[in-house]
Design a protein around this ligand. Structure first.
Ligand SMILES: Cc1cc2nc3c(=O)[nH]c(=O)nc-3n(C[C@H](O)[C@H](O)[C@H](O)COP(=O)(O)O)c2cc1C
Length: 187
């Protein structure tokens, strides 16, 4: 019998969707049966059949998308008995990494992951901060004037704008993390 995995995600700009699909692909290669749910479009009714549950969200102004968080809230009591992993997508982390700003990186880890796990009494088998997208060309003028100014930093850090966006995702890191989860779930 194949082990079953569920990936529940929320996204605003698409990065977490792509990351979730890649995680699903790796898990399928590892022999799992995988169900990927975009929490904004679909509701999960039960989780009893899954051995591994991964919950992911994109970040905006320090906030998760609300749907994956609602999922954590709804299944909080069942999730404590499962192999759970959580991740977030953040384009901005790449800038902190480039600048060697470990203080901000630690703060992100704490605020975006540790505190979220604590809020729902979760004991995740792993957590991760993956890269994200910075959709500069699609931003309205107000956003361009404020957070949009970070485009210079992305350039400085060596990212190129492609199709109007900066994409900081590290696919190798995503795949390596997923393989680790598969191993932890099997043992
Ligand atoms: C208006 C705006 C605000 C953002 N705020 C944050 C933030 O507070 N923290 C962060 O780490 N990333 C922030 N980002 C970058 C996002 O993490 C990045 O766009 C990521 O891809 C979001 O995930 P998603 O594409 O799945 O929605 C912001 C991006 C935009 C455009």
């Amino acid at each position: 019998m194949k082990m079953k995995a569920l990936i529940v995600y929320g996204t605003r700009y698409g990065a977490t969707a792509g990351t979730s699909e890649e995680i699903a692909k790796v898990l399928r290669d590892e022999g799992f049966d995988v169900n990927v749910v975009n929490a904004k479009k679909e509701k999960v009714n039960a989780i009893s059949e899954y051995e591994l549950i991964i919950v992911g969200s994109g970040m905006k102004i320090g906030k998760w998308t609300k749907e994956p968080e609602n999922f954590l809230k709804q299944f909080k009591h069942e999730l404590v008995k499962k192999n759970v992993a959580i991740f977030i997508s953040s384009a901005i982390r790449a800038i902190f990494e480039y600048e060697g700003n470990t203080e901000e990186m630690e703060e992100m880890w704490k605020k975006y992951l540790v505190e979220k796990a604590e809020k729902y009494s979760l004991n995740p088998i792993d957590m991760a901060i993956f890269g994200g997208v910075f959709p500069y060309d699609d931003m309205g003028w107000m956003t361009k004037k404020t957070v949009g100014q970070l485009w210079r930093k992305f350039e400085e850090a060596g990212f190129e704008k492609k199709n109007g966006t900066y994409d900081t995702r590290d696919w190798t890191a995503i795949r390596t993390w997923t393989k680790k989860l598969a191993k932890k779930t099997r043992t």
